[in-house]
Design a protein around this ligand. Sequence first.
Ligand SMILES: [Zn+2]
Length: 305
Amino acid sequence: MLKQNDKNIVVSTLTGVLGSHLTLKGNELAFYCPFCNHHKPKLQVNTETQKWHCWTCNSGGKKLTSLLKKLDVDRKTISIIREIYGDSNYNPQLEDADTKVFISLPKEFISLSETPKGFNPEYKHAMHYLTQRGITEKDIIKYNIGYCKEGLYGQRVIIPSYNSDGSLNYFVSRSYYPDNKMKYKNPPISKNVICFDSQVNWNEPIILCEGVFDAITIKRNAIPLLGKFPSRTLVEKIFMSGITDIIISLDNDAINEALKAAEYFRKQGIHVKMMYLKDKDAADMGYEKFYEELKKTKEFSSEEL
Ligand SMILES: [Zn+2]
């Protein structure tokens, strides 16, 4: 049995990321599932056995830490929880193998690849926003871009990201109204994925960029990092697939992280090009200007550090 104090820490950590819960019999808590977004609390978590499982999407695992990892919780919090359960023979590979998540798009998701019949102002606003950012109808089909009129992601365009096997691994939502203070609203799930993996040809050079709109603008073999660092899963895939050339194109505010990544890959024998985009990101520059800049870029050396 957990001590009451430890149990309080566990429950408040879970509530902090998953929101409110119902308390069921036998140390079972029921939360709303962040992976399938079912409207009832279907994600059951046992604070004694640590087992967790969603009755709707079948996501589940045997350790609370594996759930927290899938929810993008910081390492420090995860190690506190691991200590509470005293998992001394912790094995990350085993934990990953025992964990499965099945992510769904919000149930309000509507594809933008079909034009709705009749008057539909939300559709118009969504399309207007995308057109303004240089997204074409081809891009909409290629990436299965859609929007939500209502719900948690209401009045936002949704850009899904798929694994190479076609399963969803993440999605980004961006408000299409300029006065919305919260431009991006990301799902509370792990970013340790390869964004747009289904679009990547791993036999060609890859381009690492910051956001999904940058990647869509670059058009070919671009992977958004969804942050400033390449994820562990992405780094593993880069080495496994024997990539020989990487182009790094991050915004100015991520220059230190970009240089670190460049030097890391260079030391592993990969040809790296660092694109310094000054004040503009790839999405602002547009496709042609981006490739013009790329042509002028020389191979990265540690002198640039
Ligand atoms: Zn679920």
